[in-house]
Design a binder for this molecule. Sequence first.
Ligand SMILES: *Cc1c(COP(=O)(O)O)cnc(C)c1O
Length: 394
Amino acid sequence: MNRFIYLDNAATTQVSRDVLDEMLPYFCGRYGNPSALYRFAGESRKAVDRAREHAAALIGAAPEEIYFTGSGSESDNWAIKAAAEAYAQKGRHIITSKIEHHAVLHTCEQLQKQGFEITVLDVDETGKISPKELKAAIRPDTILISIMTANNEIGTVEPVAEIGRIAREAGVPFHTDAVQAYGHIPLDVEKMNIDMLSASGHKLNGPKGIGILYIRKGIKIRSFIHGGAQERGRRAGTLNVPGIVGFGRAAQIAKDTMEAGSAVQVKLRDHLIRRVLAEIPYSRLNGDKTDRLPNNANFCFRFIEGESMLILLDQLGICASSGSACTSGALDPSHVLLAIGLPHEIAHGSLRLTLSEDTTLEEIDYVVEELKKIIARLREMSPLYEDFVKNKKE
Ligand SMILES: *Cc1c(COP(=O)(O)O)cnc(C)c1O
């Protein structure tokens, strides 16, 4: 029996059939360059306009505030680097957090080398920043706050509305990496006072290689890719029409199905969490219990190497992840798990399972049963576990 169970939807998702069908005509038939003047190109242009409306509607933005990019990573880079450049006259201080995606953290490190000062906020044991600490960190020369909406590893949802209020009161632009949240939880750039927001198509059943950056009207930001006048002169490059169309359709579907879909996923997620914590000894849940993405479960199992767990799960056809995709392969434990205060040896035994709208209860139960066996087997081979059991008896 060789099954295939995909529980790594935080790494990427399947393009839905519906999204693909919407995209296909724009590869071969309607391939016009939306910048051209003839009517044939008008079809592409109209498709892009429609997609922009859907992308905007999902977060309460205006279509002209949506800029299509090549990825979530590009959106993060653009927001931070271009804001730093645009506001450098006012100051050179940026605030971010310890649990950001590397697209944000490494961008900030790059700016630091260029003389910007970066304050990296700590998080509590659930992975949340403290609004009080954020407020205290703001200075007259602070030009940007970049804090993610929801964490890609442990699923914790940050107090975004509160962060937005603090930023607005202080007159500091607020960027949020919403790549994991967009299309998964309700977001409203007006209510939450968000000035810039990054999202990526392939995290919500859209295609890879297409992202958006929402930029509030009035925010000063330079163009990042120089060249033609596409995207109101702010992001050069011939538009990726099929990708944009796919993004738009994925956003439209998410808007219609998010509420019902996430209720189902929350139920499955909580069932998974309950079973694992009850049936696997020395396990813990990472991230916040309730303020977490509907599809995310992240555990640590003591005396276990995450990598060995993944290999054994893979042999059963189960796709999961340990730490983030970017760090797997490296021996360093995840910066997120260290930031929530886990010691190295425990952070090494982490497992992230992220559900999709297709995940079933039967699959979850199967995974839990297999996981129990795998962990028992790995612990039997672990000298650390042997010592631990021996010491407990004495
Ligand atoms: C996946 C991800 C990104 C990167 O998006 P890409 O489109 O893959 O470049 C950035 N931030 C977070 C939180 C992510 O989960």
